[in-house]
Design a protein around this ligand. Structure first.
Ligand code: SF4
Length: 249
């Protein structure tokens, strides 16, 4: 449902950008067809009744999203310079491919406002600001945008516990540099897990449920991606033999 909503949002924004407005009927139709396509591809069996109730949930959440300030302003043509970006388009930062693009950039007076829409988010935490700073890293190294963090404002619009929560952050040299360090530490940690896992599969942190593996980018390299239950058994055996060797040593 979340992916269908995001897909509908980006399509509707793209049309709005070209001056085409959607009627309520068209919005409902697009939400429904995106939901249907996604549930058809899903590993879950989704009945028609379930699909209808998902559509009602999605419609409610989606219509409230369009009541947020920035989307109302865009509908009224308040801003002439705004652009959409694909968050699934990775950016190469020091040899690492990162998915940190904003969903939308709007020029308001002398600042570039970078927006991210999250259809479902966790409770607010300091990590959210650090994550939002990744959009500034993307913008600084993207052609056509200024190089200084002060030229940007970061916005997240995220659904949590029945409401759309909007947060705004002012990036600084320090917050952007902290975010870069965090991203680089994350990448190094992932690389070492992968290297350790290649050396010894017993060290791989396997998923709890096979459904997690279905959408994992590592599933072709990971034994869990082929057969999670079998990989867990093999891992348990490897752990046992490692413990046995340590006891005998
Ligand atoms: S495929 Fe491997 S890395 Fe991916 S979620 Fe499953 S167990 Fe984890």
């Amino acid at each position: 449902m979340l992916r269908a909503m995001k897909e509908t949002l980006m399509d509707q924004l793209e049309d709005l950008h070209q001056g085409k407005e959607w009627s309520q009927l068209l919005t409902k139709h697009q939400l429904y067809s995106n939901l249907k396509r996604r549930t058809n591809k899903s590993m879950y069996d989704v009945s028609n009744v379930r699909l209808e109730s998902l559509l009602k949930f999605a419609q409610n959440r989606y219509s409230r999203l369009w009541r947020t300030r920035i989307l109302r302003q865009l509908c009224k043509n308040t801003h002439s310079q705004w652009y959409l970006f694909d968050r699934l388009e990775p950016v190469d930062i020091q040899g690492n491919l990162l998915f940190i693009a904003p969903d939308m950039v709007v020029r308001i007076q002398n600042k570039w406002h970078l927006f991210r829409f999250d259809m479902q988010s966790s409770a607010h935490s300091v990590c959210h600001e650090e994550e939002a700073n990744a959009m500034a890293i993307w913008a600084i190294q993207h052609n056509g945008f200024p190089q200084k963090p002060i030229s940007f404002k970061l916005h997240t619009i995220a659904w949590h516990q029945g409401y759309w929560h909007q947060k705004t952050y002012q990036p600084s040299e320090k917050s952007v540099s902290n975010c870069s360090i965090l991203l680089s530490n994350d990448m190094n940690a992932m690389k070492s897990i992968r290297t350790a896992g290649n050396r010894n599969p017993a060290l791989l942190p396997l998923a709890q449920h096979y459904r997690t593996c279905q959408s994992c980018a590592f599933r072709t390299f990971c034994p869990g991606g082929k057969d999670l239950a079998k990989a867990k058994k093999e891992q348990a055996l490897l752990e046992l033999s490692t413990k046995k060797r340590l006891l005998e040593a």
